[in-house]
Design a protein around this ligand. Structure first.
Ligand SMILES: Cc1cc2nc3c(=O)[nH]c(=O)nc-3n(C[C@H](O)[C@H](O)[C@H](O)COP(=O)(O)OP(=O)(O)OC[C@H]3O[C@@H](n4cnc5c(N)ncnc54)[C@H](O)[C@@H]3O)c2cc1C
Length: 415
């Protein structure tokens, strides 16, 4: 069992790498611990898979908060637009949606994985080791020799190669197989690991009212995230309250701008379509209709039921005050709270529950053109295991595909 290249991990980075590494006839072994390839890929984009983004190169770079310069060469050689062409060429039709987000036309993430896997299976020179767990990378005198594995039956054996591409993913969603093994392999090989942390994740709030809002989803709201008093991110869309904080599409995007150990405040505009003046007029109309009711029973046209008690308490206006007794000042207070409902943020959720792991193998120790380790000959890294990450919009899969392409091409060129 001696191969020209071993790839640890059958995710998007590993699969793309396998296609490139085998392109010129080299023998390749893909070793995957699961019984299925691309387990995480199959659940991406809420089951629709946002493959990449149909944007220009500058926009692509601007959407990579984690080490964009390192990715420059990989993106130049296999860009977001090349990824679209690649999938179209292998028979997967794609559609572009709002914000340049590219999805399979079928809207099924399984079809993206299926298209990749069918290409891999067509190559006679790619061997698939499924249900096989890599426990160690073998290194001798600064050169890679192969890997030590355990198969499903518990047999331990070695698979040999002078090239090993480590595409084991990060620490997020460990049930998909990414449990951070690559960090241990890299550390053992002498690499430094930038502390893995959550990115694109729900955010925690210690505000007392949070628990009572659990499960409440707010659609068509806008948010503004401020860090240490400075507004860093605005968005419009859907937010969901969880048992410990906030989540939902706008929060996942905003979280890429969140800084731990800062004073972070989320301001929610519950009525973004209305200016304060218009909202005041609207409120006046609603309150006229309910003018004999108590304040706490007058907001049902403006707010979801679950939010009303929290809103009333936070407004500081006595809940049993009769509506026709509300002063102009109190009415302005209501408007102001509708436009600026704040949530104090205190942390990310655990990295395991994040969409993406930021941090990882220190890119200073990796050749950006080939993804080869500068410390160990024949050792390569690709995908989320590297300290590189992107915003939502298909940018993390773009990183996986582009770095997988770079590593696979480099191995194939060396052959
Ligand atoms: C719910 C969710 C939705 C997402 N949606 C999107 C999206 O729509 N668009 C987007 O761009 N990004 C999305 N992402 C992020 C994206 O899925 C990842 O960035 C991407 O999958 C990383 O690819 P990878 O190949 O580096 O790692 P992974 O996809 O994690 O693959 C790593 C593989 O290595 C295997 N492995 C690990 N250790 C070992 C070992 N020791 N031995 C053998 N095999 C091993 C694992 O089983 C796994 O199959 C999403 C992530 C999640 C969790």
């Amino acid at each position: 069992m001696i191969y020209d290249c071993i790839i640890i991990g059958g995710g998007p980075a590993g699969l793309l790498a396998s296609l490139k590494a085998s392109e010129k006839g080299g023998t390749v072994a893909v070793i995957e611990r699961n019984n299925i390839l691309g387990k995480k890929l199959r659940i991406t984009g809420k089951g629709r898979c946002n493959i990449t983004n149909d944007c220009d190169f500058d926009t692509l770079m601007a959407n990579i908060p984690g080490n964009p310069k390192f990715l420059f060469s990989a993106f130049k050689n296999f860009s977001n637009l090349d990824i679209i062409d690649f999938f179209n060429d292998i028979g997967l039709e794609t559609v572009t949606e709002r914000g340049g987000r590219v999805f399979p036309k079928s809207q099924k993430a399984g079809d993206v994985a299926g298209a990749l896997v069918s290409q891999v299976k067509k190559r006679n020179n790619i061997s698939l080791y499924m249900n096989t767990y890599v426990k160690d990378i073998l290194i001798e005198d600064g050169c890679v020799k192969g890997v030590a594995v355990n198969d499903k039956e518990g047999n331990s054996f070695e698979i040999l190669s002078q090239n090993v591409i480590c595409a084991t993913g990060g620490l997020s969603y460990p049930l998909t197989g990414s449990t951070g093994d690559g960090y241990n392999f890299a550390k053992k090989a002498g690499h430094t690991i930038i502390k893995p942390r959550a990115s694109l994740a729900a955010l925690i709030s210690n505000d007392k009212f949070i628990k009572s809002l659990m499960g409440l989803s707010l659609r068509n709201i806008s948010i503004s995230l401020s860090i240490n008093g400075k507004s860093v991110y605005d968005d419009f869309g859907e937010l969901v309250f969880t048992d410990s904080g906030v989540s939902g599409p706008v929060i996942l995007s905003a979280s890429a701008y969140y800084k731990k150990d800062s004073t972070a405040v989320l301001s929610i505009d519950l009525k973004p379509a209305l200016s304060e003046d218009k909202l005041y007029q609207r409120l006046q109309r609603d309150l006229e209709e309910f003018d004999r009711k108590m304040y706490c029973n007058s907001l049902e046209k403006l707010l979801p039921k679950k939010l009303i008690p929290v809103f009333v308490a936070r407004s500081g206006i006595p809940s049993n005050k009769q509506v026709n007794q509300l002063s102009r000042e109190e009415r302005m207070k209501i408007v102001s709270l509708l436009k600026n409902f704040t949530v104090n943020l205190s942390d990310f959720v655990d990295v395991k529950n994040a969409i993406v792991t930021a941090g990882g193998v220190n890119i200073k120790e990796i050749n950006p053109k080939t993804m080869q380790s500068k410390l160990i000959k024949g050792l390569y890294f690709a995908g989320e295991v590297l300290d590189a990450d992107g915003y939502t919009g298909g940018f993390n899969l773009t990183i996986a595909f582009s770095t997988g392409f770079a590593a696979g091409s480099a191995v194939s060129e060396n052959k």
